[in-house]
Structures are given as C-alpha cells and as structure tokens.
Design a protein around this ligand. Structure first.
Ligand SMILES: [Zn+2]
Length: 669
C-alpha cells in the first residue's frame, strides 16, 4: 500500500478505500483450460478481441501501453511546439524543432534523395585506397557501419575501464544465415532482397541496368562478408568475442587499413581495443586488398541508401518498408508519420525528451514502490542461492558476492546527457538526423580510454523495456515499462510481483544465466565456479535449452535452444524468485482474493497477461532466427510448466500439458 493510501485509511473510515486492482478478468479466455494452455487462458479473450494493428508486429496490453506512451510524447511535443521562441540549444528547442522538421512531410518529400547526394558523390569520387578508407570512416561517423563498426564498451578484463570495440557489421539481411542457408525461407528472402536493393538504387537515381548491376555486386560482396561472420548462437558465448588487441597487432593483421588514421579521426587514443571477430576482420582485409574499387562504391552507396532510407521521401520510405516491414516482419501498414517522428525524437534526443516525459508522466511514488520491489527480489535471489542443494558453499559465497554488487536503476538517469552541442533546426530533417547520429557516435567513442561512467543509461526513459549489463552488473528499468500491465501503484501485490516482479527477477537472473554466470562480482569475464559446480550448472541449463529446442512456431521451424537459453533461464529463475519474494511480502501483509482469484492465481495470471502477446508469423520466424528471446507464447508456457507452484495453484493433474513430467522438469536457480 502506498503512504497516501495508508493516510486515507486512517483519516476516513467512512469512505471506502480504493480497492486494490487484481488481474484483468475480462482478458481471460474462460473456454481455455489453465492446465492445458496457460497462454490462451491468461489473456486469450483480450487477444481475440484485439487483433494486431496493421502497423504492429506484436500486440498485447503491454505493447498497447508502449504505443500509448507515444501518444503521451506526442501531446508533450505538441505543447512544446506551441512556444516558438525557445532559446537555441535548450532541450525544449531541440525536441520540438526535431519533431517539427520530421512532421514537415511535404518538405521531406520535395527533397527526395537529395539529402544523401553529398555522400553518394563522395563515394563516386573515390580514386585511391586512402579515399576508400576516408569514406568508410565518414559513413561510420553517421553510424552507417559498412563492413565493420566501432563503438565503446567496458573492458572484459577491467570493467571499470572503457575501451574501443570493433565489431562485425555491414549486412542488409538480418544475419549470415540469410545469405548462406539453403532452406526455402532464406532462399526466398535472398531473391526478394536482390530485387529490393535494385529498386532502391533506382529510386535514388540509378538507371534500371545500373541498379540491377549494383544489386548483384552488393549481394555478392555481402555474401562473402556473411560467410566470415559468426552466427547468432556462436555470438552468445562472451568468450567468442573477447579478443583484446594492441593497435599495432591489429595493424599487422589488416595491413590494408590505416587504423591510426581511423582512430584519430574519432579521437580514440591508439590504445588496446577489443576486436569482436578477428577472423572476420581478416575477411575485410581481403576485400580491401583485392576487391575492385567499383564494387566498394556500389557496396558503400547501398549502405548509405539503406541506412538513410527511413528518413527520406515517401517512395523511398515505402519501398524500405515493403521489404523490412511487410515482407520480413509481416506488418501490413506503416505507423503514422507522427508516431515515426516521436520515435525518431526518442532515438536521437532520448534523454532530452525523456526529461520532459518523466516530469509529466512518471510519479515519484512509482519509483519508491519499484525500489522496494527490486530490494525484495534481490533478497529472494539471495535466499535462493543459499538454499541450492547442488552448489558448493565456495561457489555460493562467490554468487552472493556478485549479488551484493548489483546496481539497480529505476525510471531515469540521475545525470542527463548534455545535448547542448547538437544543432537542431526546424526545417532540415535529414541534417538533424545526421547531427543526432554524429552526436551519439562521438558520445559513445568519447568514453573509450576512460574509467566507466556508471551513471550512463543504455535505454531512454520512455522505453517499455528493461536490461541487465553484465560488465557493470546493473539492472535497469526505464519509466516507460513502469505502467500497467507491468506495474501500477494501485495493483495488488500479487499482480505487481507476478508482472514487473518477474521482469525484475528476470533481469537479476541474467547475472546468473549462460552468459552472466561467466562474469564475476567485478564484472570481469572470469570463472568464479568450482569445476564440479560448473558441470552441474551446465547440466541444468541444458535442460532448459532442450525444452525450448522442442518448441515449434510452425511445422519445421522451432526455437534454437542455445540461442534463447539466457532469456529462458531469466524467465524461469525470475518467476521463481518473484514467487518467493511475493510469499515473503504476503506474510507481513496478507493478500486477499480479488474477483474470485486467489493471490497465487493472480500472481501467475499477471505474468501471462503481461508477457502473453500475439506475434505475427513473419516476426516469429525472424525471432527464432536471431532473437535471444523466445516468442511470447513459450515465455508464458515454458517457465510456468516447470514450476510445481503453478501446478498446485491451478490444481493441475500430473499429466496436464502445463506440467512437465518430474524427470524433465528444469530448475536452474
Ligand atoms: Zn532478458
């Protein structure tokens, strides 16, 4: 109960207190059986009554709330835009002028592909290898990461310090498998992609024949690059991308790229850096050495066109959407322009817009309540670790040491990013986008060579999501997710623990999943397990991996257990520790039945209602291929079918579909 509610209870006995909110009763599919398919039971009625809007790939109360936040941002920006004389360089001037420039569709349309012509001309004019390298750097400055990319990240072996990080990049299709695998869905995507690339070249001024040729050349080069990249499953192993290099060593390895000049351009000191995929950089070296400049020109031009497409005139935006939005993701229509403009404002000026967002929409009591929930979840994780029967005291001590260093962040940063150097004008949208991209890139690279700044956030305040960062051991919950159906100050505890509580538990558990367990209390990639305990841990995680490997989204297409392992461990452990935390809270403040549902039932239904969404088949295919998160259906069914507490709560028989047989039941934490 909030302090306000307690005060109300004490002073006004005559009036009824606002009853605490339970689950969304009307969302439950009463024809579904909780023990057979809890995903259908928990919110099947809501999903049946609320088909996915054409512009969305997933839909549920949670996603609807995310879109609702964009309506709030729109109202905020409309209000800000009423005042025309904000002093130049203030965040109000920046966020409202960015929005205005984006909303000026007729001007954006009139300019066509003109905004990117200077870049395309620069590419065309390249004559020498030095020109090529300069142009690659110019593209990277705009976060158009052709061939490879650069950013900054904590040093795996000294996480208090930030170093530059070179990563593999530069493919137009989602990942390497799309270029290389023989299955029909990949072959179809390749054929469609090649047509799309040619169309885009035409839309930016190439003749039909030139465009076709450019598309062929680009596709061949991307296929060579793809062949040298690791796949999504391999990339889950932090050790696979842990390669610290001296610049001189990298230089010897890739002699056709001048790293000193490149790093200098980004004001990054020529100190040790991490090269995620050294073998891939060998493939880039080969392209630099032997690929004709004409091929590079087509490839770089495509990188510019594809990266800029969403911000150019309507025909280009529409063709871009036809391939990525419609064909690959299954959406049937684009989001309205105002929403895309709000999203852009959040993307480029997120901590400016976010300041105004939290002032208006994020109540301080939500932050206080959330902090209490996080504290209780951390305590429950501690109890869980202490109670494990398969872990030795030595490893438990290390696990608890790690848990003690967790740093929770709630709502918004204590210190906001300083955007004062970003020039935003109300009339030149593309130039604003460029300014935003350059600022973000420079802001990230400026961290390299310095002690880590623990105040920085990886998501903006209005984001409806949460994350864990293993190097800083922090769990982060932006204001945007702290609303129904995840959380509400008026919710019964059972509902908050079942929804946001499981999310908090999930993020905590990431510190102890297949990846997180490899980082120690200081955030170093460093084994803290005894050999015997690590073996037992791997046996337990293999159970979860096998479970998800057998979940199909359609005939012939199933999850890759190893790809979704970390998220699935997170859900399983998250549900368990949220349950324990709720049981504990329940002891001091007894929960009551609401609308005929026991507190225990409310807990699990809240998870099903928060997590269960409807996802388009096309998007599900993209997810099983590249997303470490399982599809929503299995994020509801998977963890709960492993929990005896769930079976008991709903009185499920031992052979029910939602009850995994005892010898197959997974429990990691
Ligand atoms: Zn996660």
């Amino acid at each position: 109960m909030t302090p306000i509610a307690i005060l109300f209870l004490a002073t006004s006995l005559a009036a009824q207190t606002t009853p605490e909110r339970g689950v969304f009763v009307e969302d439950i599919d009463k024809n579904a059986d909780a023990c057979t398919n809890f995903y259908d039971y928990a919110n099947g009625a809501w999903r049946a009554a609320n088909p996915i809007p054409g512009s969305m790939q997933k839909w549920s109360r949670r996603w609807a709330a995310g879109e609702q936040s964009k309506e709030q941002l729109r109202a905020l920006l409309d209000d800000e835009s009423k005042k025309k004389d904000w002093p130049k360089g203030t965040i109000d001037q920046q966020i409202s002028d960015f929005y205005a420039s984006c909303m000026d569709q007729s001007r954006v349309d009139a300019r066509g592909a003109m905004p990117i012509q200077p870049l395309l001309r620069e590419i065309k004019a390249m004559r020498t290898p030095a020109d090529l390298q300069k142009t690659i750097a110019d593209l990277h400055d705009l976060q158009m990461f052709a061939a490879f990319g650069i950013t900054s990240a904590s040093d795996n072996h000294n996480p208090g310090f930030v170093i530059a990080r070179v990563f593999a990049s530069g493919l137009g299709l989602p990942d390497r498998d799309y270029y290389l695998k023989p299955e029909k869905r990949f072959a179809d995507a390749r054929a469609r992609y090649r047509v799309h690339v040619a169309k885009m070249f035409e839309l930016t001024g190439y003749s039909t024949a030139e465009a076709k040729h450019a598309s062929d050349v680009v596709f061949a080069m991307e296929t060579r690059l793809a062949a040298a990249q690791l796949d999504n499953v391999a990339l889950r192993d932090p050790a696979a991308t842990d390669h610290k290099y001296q610049v001189a060593t990298l230089q010897k390895f890739t002699p056709h790229f001048d790293w000193t000049r490149y790093l200098d351009r980004f004001k990054v000191a020529p100190e040790d850096l991490n090269v995620d995929q050294p073998e891939y950089m060998g493939a880039v070296e080969k392209e630099l050495r032997s690929t004709p400049l004409a091929t590079w020109k087509a490839y770089l031009a495509w990188n510019v066109i594809n990266n800029a497409a969403r911000h150019l005139s309507s025909p280009i935006v529409e063709e871009h959407f036809a391939f990525y939005g419609k064909y690959l993701s299954g959406s049937t229509e684009m989001k309205p322009r105002w929403k895309r403009c709000v999203e852009g404002d959040d993307m480029f000026l997120g901590e400016a817009l976010g300041q105004r967002y939290v002032e208006r929409y994020f109540p301080p009591e939500a932050k206080a309540r959330m902090k209490e929930l996080v504290k209780n979840l951390l305590l429950a994780m501690g109890d869980t670790i202490r109670g494990l029967d398969w872990m030795s005291p030595a490893t438990k001590t290390r696990a608890l040491e790690k848990l003690a260093t967790f740093n929770p962040k709630v709502g918004y940063p204590d210190k906001w990013k300083d955007y004062s150097s970003v020039v935003i004008s109300p009339s030149s949208y593309w130039e604003n986008v460029e300014a935003g991209l350059k600022f973000d890139n420079a802001d990230s690279l400026a961290q390299a060579g310095k002690p880590v700044d623990r105040g920085r956030w990886g998501m903006t305040p209005p984001t409806s999501d949460a994350y864990y960062n293993p190097l800083l051991n922090e769990i982060v919950f932006p204001a945007g997710i702290l609303q129904p159906p995840a959380f509400d100050v008026h919710n019964a505890d059972a509902v908050n623990y079942g929804a946001i509580g499981v999310v908090i538990g999930h993020e905590i558990s990431h510190g102890f999943d297949d990846q997180g367990a490899q980082y120690d209390a200081q955030g170093r990639l460093n084994n803290w397990w005894t050999a015997e305990d690590l073996k037992r841990f791997h046996e337990r995680t293999a159970c979860v991996s096998d479970q998800f490997e057998n979940y199909f989204i359609e005939p012939g297409i199933h999850h890759q257990g190893k790809l979704v392992l970390g998220e699935s461990i997170g859900d399983l452990a998250g549900a368990k520790i949220a349950w324990l935390a709720f049981q504990k809270a329940h002891q001091t403040k007894p929960a009551v039945a609401i609308d005929g549902f026991t507190p225990e039932q409310q807990f699990f239904i809240a998870w099903g209602q928060f997590r269960g969404d409807e996802t388009r088949p096309e998007t599900q295919r993209l997810m099983v291929q590249g997303d470490p998160h399982p599809v929503a259906k299995y994020r509801v069914i998977g963890p709960l079918s492993n929990l005896p507490e769930f079976a008991k709560t709903f009185g499920c028989k031992a052979d029910a579909a939602m009850v995994r047989p005892a010898d197959k039941r997974c429990a990691v934490w």
